[in-house]
Design a protein around this ligand. Sequence first.
Ligand code: DAH
Length: 363
Amino acid sequence: MLHDVQQGGIFYFIDSDYCAMTIVQNTLADEIVALRRAAEKRFSELRSVDDLEKFRVEFLARKGSIGELFDKLKTVPNEQKPGLGKQLNELRSFVESLFESLQQKLNPGKKGEEAAIDLTLPGRTVPKGTLHPITQTLNDIVAIFTSMGFAIATGPEIENDYHNFEVLNFPPDHPARDMQDTFFISEKILLRTHTSPVQIRVMEHQQPPIRVIMPGRVYRNEAISARSLSQFHQVEGLYVDRNVTFSELKGTLVTFAREFYGKDIKYKFRPSFFPFTEPSLEMDITCFICSGKGCPMCKRTGWLEVLGAGMVHPNVFRNVGYNPEEVTGFAFGMGIDRTTALRHGIPDLRMLLENDVKFLEQF
Ligand code: DAH
């Protein structure tokens, strides 16, 4: 009766009847070829340093498959040893070279450092963030005023009625206090509707002379559309000292407008009304989309309203404990979002709030 017993890849046919054993030879040559194929296949599947280490253990370690074949070499007849030994050595060199080529790529040591850099590969792009276009506009405006000697101040977006309206001389029944215009959080707490309350907070903590610029986000209870948002940005300015005059206000605003909108810009001042300034004005500039000819952007007037301003009302000074007989001052405030949209030809203000990276990347 014949049993075949596999031992380390060599088949021994044991003839139990005679208890004699015959070794079937020449399988080693086949195994060398098969192992080479197996190594190539496994190598093509390697993805990581860990994979590579498993590969090394499987094939190249002392007890790995190649080592096993070297052990078997001892059992073949002497005359076959040189030929098979040569083949085995070649197999080992081949698998070693595979291992080393990948090791240098995956895990560059000092020696492999240069080999690990493939200069023909395209570089990896590092995604770079950009400043939001509104932030850019804010920064540009703030830079113009700081170059004129203005300091920067900020205040809270959640304000109280006192700072947002009362101290700014708004009468109790002023329409801006209406629920329709203001987001109230409670009866006396609200989202600020303008940056003007920051003027008050500065004056409460500081004595004149004051020259300060106050950028920030403001909120109004308005229907959102392409032309208006319920949250937007303003830059507020305040200048308080002895003998500050209306002509200084105009000079400051004209200097700003020429710097920001261009040297040749045409402008005009219109009388206006704000509870916290007297007299008050609004400043228009020639529409820079149509150069004053009239277009949908300027509602065919040729003019764009860019800011409100005026001389600080004596009541405001009294409310913060300043003596209006001693100090005078001017203030101004301007919206940033529409200016940003005009600057870049953005057709819909809502795009400024959507945080679409593809849109924002363009600025
Ligand atoms: N706060 C005003 C608004 O939101 C803008 C403004 C007008 C600010 C005149 C001022 C100013 O400081 O003097 O419409």
